[in-house]
Design a protein around this ligand. Structure first.
Ligand code: ATP
Length: 208
C-alpha cells in the first residue's frame, strides 16, 4: 500500500488569509496529498514573539478558516510548546509519531529565500519534500529556479517549485487594513473576518 501523503504549512497566521488557503489547496491537488496540516507557530525564533497576537486567537482563526475543507487539519503542537519552536523539531516529531506518512512542507518563496536562517537548515532540508510557491514582489522567477536547483544539488534536498496563481495577500497588509478601518472582505474567509471584528484584533495596533 502506498504511504499516506501529508502537507504541512507552518506560519504565524496572524491572521490566516486566503493566500495560505490557496497555497495549501494547490499543493494538495498537485502533489496528491491526503491532508494538509496547518501548524500555527508558537514562539518562532525569527519573529521573536514580538507583537504576535496570542496563540489562542491565531488558533481560533485557523480553525474557522479551514472548516469548509475536509482535507485540512489543524495542529496546536507548536502553540503548546513553551520553548522556541524550530521547524526541524516539528518535522522530526511528526515523523517519529507518524512513520507511515510522507510529509511535504509547504512554503512561500519569501520563506524559501530566508531558509538559510532557519535552525539546522542543512539537516532540515533533507528530512522531507518541500513545495515552494511563488509570491508576488518577493522574488525573481529566475533566481528562485536557480536557488532551488542549487539547493537540491548541494544538500540532496527535494524542493519543488509549484506554479500557482500569484496571490498578493499578506498578513501584514491585512493588519494594516484593519488598523486603518479598511475592508478585508475576500482577503480572509468570512469567519475570520467576523472573528477579527468581534475581538477587535489589529484595531489600534492590537495584535501587531
Ligand atoms: P506576515 O505578513 O506577517 O509576514 P504572511 O502573510 O507572510 O505574514 P505567514 O503566516 O508568515 O504569513 O506565512 C506562512 C507561510 O505562507 C510562509 O511560508 C509564507 O511564505 C507563505 N505565504 C503567505 N502568504 C502567501 C502568499 N500570498 N503567496 C505565497 N506564499 C504565501
Amino acid at each position: 500500500m502506498s504511504k499516506k501523503r501529508v502537507g504541512i504549512i507552518g506560519g504565524t497566521f496572524d491572521p490566516i488569509h486566503n493566500g495560505h488557503l490557496i497555497l495549501a489547496e494547490y499543493s494538495r491537488l498537485h502533489f496528491h496529498l491526503d491532508e494538509v496540516l496547518f501548524i500555527p507557530a508558537g514562539n518562532p525564533p525569527h519573529k521573536d514573539g514580538d507583537g504576535i497576537s496570542p496563540g489562542r486567537h491565531r488558533y481560533n482563526m485557523t480553525l474557522l478558516a479551514i472548516s469548509t475543507n475536509p482535507h485540512f487539519r489543524l495542529s496546536a503542537m507548536e502553540l503548546e510548546e513553551r520553548n522556541t519552536t524550530y521547524t526541524i523539531h516539528t518535522i522530526k516529531r511528526l515523523q517519529a509519531k507518524y512513520p507511515e506518512v510522507d510529509f511535504y512542507f509547504i512554503l512561500g518563496s519569501d520563506s524559501f529565500f530566508d531558509i538559510h536562517n532557519w535552525g539546522s537548515y542543512k539537516e532540515l532540508v533533507t528530512l522531507c519534500d518541500f513545495i515552494v510557491l511563488k509570491r508576488p514582489d518577493r522574488d525573481m522567477d529566475k533566481e528562485l529556479e536557480i536557488k532551488v536547483e542549487k539547493f537540491n544539488k548541494s544538500y540532496n534536498s527535494s524542493f519543488h517549485v509549484l506554479e500557482a496563481p500569484l496571490i498578493e495577500i499578506s498578513s501584514t497588509d491585512i493588519r494594516a487594513r484593519v488598523r486603518e478601518g479598511l475592508s478585508i472582505k475576500y482577503l480572509v474567509p468570512e469567519g475570520v473576518e467576523s472573528y477579527i471584528e468581534k475581538t477587535g484584533l489589529y484595531r489600534d495596533g492590537n495584535g501587531k
